[in-house]
Design a protein around this ligand. Structure first.
Ligand SMILES: [Zn+2]
Length: 322
């Protein structure tokens, strides 16, 4: 507000009745939405302050800007705030972030979220992917014990691209070829029996042994017993890397062999597919962001907009400093 206007408001305050005065006081006491987002980010930063440029922890306060405290590093002399070096740096309208994240918690489309937050839909789209850029890194480091793995496929999409090598599809569209082809992008999902889940976009067409070798060994514990469908790639992969493996033949109605089945991972696929339908086809380029979003919702890892806000700057629940 301009100073002239502010002075006018101050003058008007003098004319309030006692009842009106107490209402104004009540409104001023309420935490402002913008302050809330900034306060959360600030408190999180101050719980373990560190220079984003050099990692030093001795900082001086260095004034305020854009609703956030600025700091100056005593070691490298650079200035920064709680968002420097994160995907949220220089993103505007902090006062609307928590409302926007609430819209994401309820899986609203770009347009719905734009309307409910009162921002332009281009802003809505940009914010969605800025918030998800680091939220998607909230993944378990290792899977243990019986671990189911299976793939699901999404139609390759260049939604939003300016130049397409083929005629555009409408609202997600359908493949032109039947069955698995290079039009389909493979998402490999591995889930252990504690519910820890990892997903990987392996690329176009069916998953290969080489792709399994690339994705799985770094995240599988030595005690893992891998369960898959009858796809031979899994068998060859397990043999190659020397891990225990059981397969179930889904087509020959041998879906369950004792404790061995892929029903948990298939249920995850079906929740994922059902959820992603509302977006009418997502650009393949952004698929990892959507997988991360679904993961956060599915595991109830980020139950509030405040938890989502902190995850967006890389402070995940298990890493949170209390
Ligand atoms: Zn520094």
């Amino acid at each position: 507000m301009r100073t002239v206007e502010f002075e006018r408001v101050l003058k008007l305050l003098g004319q309030l009745s006692p009842r009106q005065r107490s209402r104004v006081v009540e409104v001023l006491r309420r935490p402002h939405d913008g302050d809330q987002a900034a306060a959360h980010l600030q408190a999180c930063f101050e719980s373990s302050p560190k220079c984003p440029h050099c990692g030093h922890s001795r900082l001086h306060r260095h004034g305020q800007a854009h609703g956030l405290q600025r700091y100056r590093c005593q070691s490298c002399g650079k200035t920064f705030n709680a968002l420097t070096g994160t995907p949220l740096a220089r993103l505007r309208h902090k006062s609307k972030w928590l409302t926007y994240l609430q819209a994401m918690l309820t899986s609203q489309t770009v347009r719905q979220a734009a309307k409910n937050t009162a921002v332009h839909r281009n802003t809505s789209f940009r914010w969605r992917h800025r918030f998800l850029a680091w939220i998607k890194n909230d993944r378990p480091s290792h899977l243990h014990g019986i671990t189911e793995a299976d793939e699901t496929y999404f139609l390759e999409s260049q939604k939003g691209a300016r130049k397409l090598p083929r005629p555009p599809r409408k609202r997600g569209g359908a493949a032109t070829k039947r069955g698995l082809s290079n039009e389909q992008v493979c998402v490999l999902v591995a889930r252990d029996r504690t519910g820890q889940t990892l997903d990987f976009v392996t690329g176009r067409g069916p998953v290969s042994k080489a792709q399994l070798r690339q994705c799985l060994p770094p995240v599988l514990d030595a005690d893992v017993l891998l369960v898959s469908d009858a796809n031979a790639s899994y068998r060859y992969f397990a043999k190659d890397v020397g891990i225990s493996h059981e397969s179930v033949n889904l087509s020959a109605s041998m879906r369950v062999k004792g404790a061995f089945h892929v029903q948990n991972v298939n249920a995850y696929h079906s929740r994922l597919r059902q959820w992603i339908e509302r977006f009418h086809g997502v650009a393949t380029h952004y698929l990892p962001n959507y997988l991360g979003w679904r993961h956060a919702l599915d595991a109830h890892r980020l139950p509030t907009s405040e938890a989502m806000l902190l995850a967006a700057i890389g402070r995940f629940p298990h890493l949170a400093v209390t």
